[in-house]
Ligand binder design. Structure first.
Ligand code: AMP
Length: 308
């Protein structure tokens, strides 16, 4: 059984989409990664930070999925990270209304002894220095280090971001961020440039248009499932990352062929995440539903053609 260490924010989110609005609900990259990755038969721990205002029931939700929460530090008297965002009508873009870093501002992850030899490390979207400190604490080189990041760190912490990118095996970013990172419009050229920065594998997420995996001269494309109901895209990227890294930890195989399946699992799990607000859908998701949707993914992409 593979071991996955995931690091990311734990948050209160307030979300507005064309379909409705939520008050403070459970959010942050870490719960989405954890809920997705815990669908696999793996050992998993989350390193994060919360304030004293964080409800025990949210932690229980993770513990009940057999996620080790001992490295989620609770700061006495502190307030949990808060993020609010509003989606545009097409649901592909959003505005951040407010970010209150609170306890996340001084987050210093301490990796538990039992996870310093994790097979896979999933570095959720955080300050690149925090991500670097996690890598530095590992006792042995993980089989795979996966990095998620966003434009905010490109704008504000370029040098540190370059340092962490140089140390990871896989990067997952969205198409606009790949263009910003490289100055290239073509995603093929962008992936080649990112390759040269360090990661051997580049995953470019294109929201409702699927995801691309690049490795050397190979390219693989996974579609997103055309869905009837999309309520809230929040956490789709983190859920993808959790599905991707969870699958690799479970299979312990980092070949390109196996990574294609990891991309399919990531897309599959993300397709559920967007069906309800926040983490609601992921909390109740069953293995049977995942299997059924995998069949839909197969049907969507399989075709027989005679070459004449
Ligand atoms: P995604 O929709 O996958 O990009 O992730 C959304 C999640 O990221 C939300 O639940 C937020 O709480 C969290 N988030 C937003 N901004 C930040 C930030 N600057 N650092 C860490 N987490 C963030």
């Amino acid at each position: 059984m593979g071991k996955l260490l995931a690091v990311g924010s734990m948050a209160f989110d307030a979300i507005e989409t064309p379909f409705g609005k939520t008050d403070k609900i459970l959010g942050g990259a870490a719960p989405y990664i954890g809920l997705a990755a815990s669908q696999f038969d793996i050992d998993i721990a989350i390193a994060s930070v919360i304030g004293e205002d964080f409800p025990e029931s949210y932690l229980s939700l993770l513990k009940n999925r057999n996620i080790d929460t001992s490295a989620i530090e609770m700061v006495k008297g502190g307030k949990t990270f808060f993020w609010s965002g509003k989606y545009h009508n097409d649901l592909n873009s959003r505005d951040t209304i407010e970010t209150q870093l609170n306890v996340l501002a001084d987050f210093n992850p301490v990796i538990p002894e039992g996870y310093k030899d994790a097979d896979v490390v999933m570095l959720g979207n955080l300050h690149p220095s925090t991500q670097l400190s996690v890598i530095a604490q590992m006792d042995k080189k993980p089989k795979l280090i996966v990095l998620d990041t966003m434009n905010f760190w490109m704008d504000n912490t370029w040098d540190e971001l370059m340092q962490v990118i140089a140390k990871v095996d896989v990067i997952t970013i969205n198409d606009e961020e790949a263009r910003q990172l490289t100055g290239e419009y073509s995603l093929v050229k962008a992936a080649q440039k990112i390759n040269k920065m360090g990661p051997k594998f580049v995953v470019i997420k294109k929201g409702e248009h699927g995801a691309l995996l690049f490795h050397e001269d190979n390219i693989f494309f996974a579609p997103a499932l055309p869905l009837e109901e999309v309520f809230d895209p929040t956490g789709a990227g983190d859920t993808f990352a959790g599905g991707f890294s969870g699958y690799i930890a479970a299979t312990e195989d980092i070949s390109f062929e196996n990574m294609k399946n990891a991309v399919i699992y990531g897309s599959n799990l993300a397709s559920f995440c967007v069906e309800k607000f926040g983490t609601e859908r992921m909390e109740k998701l069953t293995k049977r539903e995942i299997q059924q949707r995998l069949l839909q993914f197969k049907e969507l992409t399989q075709f027989e053609i005679e070459l004449t």
